[in-house]
Design a binder for this molecule. Structure first.
Ligand code: G3P
Ligand code: CA
Length: 258
């Protein structure tokens, strides 16, 4: 028996961390650059500061993408806002700040753009980070607008988000199947009433797409940077493609074609 597919009011193409590697990831400059390349749907990584503010950063630690040291979530938002999150990338972006999730969300709303918040908790903060994401969106995102998409590798984070904001769609991220087949991960996603499974793109094949769509969930992929890989996912009938290569794939020109 098949189940009706969950609504999926999002563009197929998603700009990863704003503009992939073309600008410092998870900064406002990156999101603006992604938009200049025609992208309307943006992925970001969100975690909590020590004083409970959601900010954007991928790693748990500061060293790779800022001039700070140690655990990012151990700092207050005031301290995080002082960091240079651009010099590591290139001189043109020296002094770039790590934005709050609220700043990015308000920019998306003001520009009628879609937002995929990957809930990327500092270890040990899965559920509270998910709850905070839900609470933030309850406060600022109009109910009548297309809702953001919450995704996470951490089921507890998605549970936290669902508990406070059940109306905001969720997707379970999976890099490697926990049981080798995907059945266990699909079961987790269904248990969280997710709208999508978002997989390492190499994991998709025709049988799995049929199984996931048959269960009513959408099929999305990260991080797809080669035309052959994108074409394979389109041919398989999947629903979303997260890419770094905003310069290579132009949603305005290609539509569903490469
Ligand atoms: O959201 C998809 C993708 O960003 C997940 O992997 O490590 O790039 O956050 P990662
Ligand atoms: Ca991410």
């Amino acid at each position: 028996m098949t189940t009706a597919l969950k609504p999926w009011p999002y563009p197929r193409w998603v700009a990863h961390r704003g503009a992939g590697k073309l600008a410092p990831e998870n900064t406002m400059s990156a999101f603006r650059l992604g938009a200049q390349h025609g992208y309307r749907f943006f992925e970001c990584d969100a975690k909590l500061s020590s004083d409970g503010v959601l900010f954007l950063m991928h790693d748990a630690t500061l060293e790779r993408t800022t001039n700070g040291r140690g655990i990012g979530g151990a700092l207050t938002m005031g301290e995080i806002a002082q960091l240079d999150a651009g010099s590591w990338h290139s001189r043109a972006y020296a002094g770039e700040q790590l934005p709050t999730l609220e700043a990015l969300a308000r920019w998306c709303l003001a520009n009628h753009l879609h937002l995929n918040v990957e809930i990327k908790p500092t270890p040990g903060q899965d559920e509270e980070t998910g709850r905070a994401c839900g609470e933030l969106m309850n406060r600022i995102w109009p109910q009548a607008a297309v809702q953001p998409l919450f995704t996470s590798f951490k089921p507890e984070a998605l549970k936290g988000a669902r508990d406070v904001a059940p109306h905001i769609p969720r997707g379970l991220l999976v890099d490697r199947f926990s049981d080798g087949t995907g059945d266990a991960d699909l079961k987790i996603a269904l248990g969280l009433d997710c709208s999508a499974l978002v997989l390492n793109h190499a994991l998709w094949d025709a049988a799995l797409v049929t199984r996931v769509h048959g269960a009513g969930l959408r099929c999305s992929s990260y991080t797809v940077n080669d035309p052959w890989a994108a074409q394979r996912l389109i041919d398989l009938g999947t629903d979303g493609i997260i890419t770094d290569r905003v310069d290579l794939f132009s949603p305005a020109q290609i539509g569903s074609q490469l």
